[in-house]
Design a protein around this ligand. Structure first.
Ligand code: GLN
Length: 219
């Protein structure tokens, strides 16, 4: 292990736009140290970075405006794993239908807004054996579809005519939002993939509410 890799001891959530606090609240529930990140100097500490859901055009502009693209690429090449949820998945895809790709961390083709408008958002529950023993609840919000995955990509969940979750050794993509449900399986899974040890938590928690991040922020 190089010295820079041994410094990678916590997780980060990109804090420019989108569901940053919701991800931090889920990592807090699995007992994993995670921080909001908007300063490239923090990348050196991170075993993994979440690029959250939000709006990929907006996120792309902010990443460029804050000069984060090259440092983020360099940190990823140095061992920082990246999990893209929804808009984040779009930004790390090798190929975006009709658009220039940004990070190209995973060999997938992805189509934006593939279910229709915001009103075509939906929830779904599925078994994802690689990630959780219990069924996983998922929220799709103006979601993209992954249409193709390359040979070095492991498909974690396929639904109908699209791939909903996939990974390679350095990156994870989900077109849905695990941070908007009570389950913490994906957050525990990503933490483990990053070499961290999440605390065991129940598959779902009836006391959790979508506003739970408001408590996390005050904590
Ligand atoms: N529709 C958004 C986009 O194309 C993604 C939506 C989301 O992240 N929930 O960027």
């Amino acid at each position: 292990m190089t010295s820079s890799q041994s410094n990678r001891h916590r997780l980060g959530v990109l804090d420019l736009q989108g569901g940053t606090q919701e991800h931090l609240e889920h990592f807090r529930r699995v007992g994993v140290d995670a921080i909001p990140v908007k300063d490239a100097r923090r990348f050196a500490e991170l075993a993994g970075l979440v690029i959250p859901g939000g709006e990929s055009t907006c996120l792309r502009r902010l990443i460029n405006q804050f000069d984060l693209a090259d440092p983020l690429r360099a940190a990823h090449a140095d061992g920082m794993k990246v999990w893209g949820t929804c808009a984040g998945a779009i930004l790390i895809a090798n190929d975006i239908v009709g658009e220039k790709p940004l990070f190209q961390f995973i060999d997938i083709s992805i189509a934006r807004n593939a279910f229709g408008s915001q009103l075509d958002s939906f929830q779904h529950t599925a078994d994802i054996p690689a990630v959780a023993a219990e069924p996983v609840k998922m929220t799709f919000i103006r979601a993209p579809k992954i249409l193709r995955a390359g040979n070095d990509v492991r498909v974690l969940l396929k639904l109908d005519d699209y791939i909903a979750a996939a990974e390679n050794d350095q990156a994870l993509v989900t077109v849905f939002h695990p941070e908007l449900t009570s389950g913490t399986a994906f957050h525990a899974y990503f933490a483990r993939q990053c070499g961290l040890t999440p605390a065991p938590t129940p598959a779902s928690d009836d006391t959790w509410s979508p506003n739970a991040w408001m408590r996390a922020r005050r904590a």
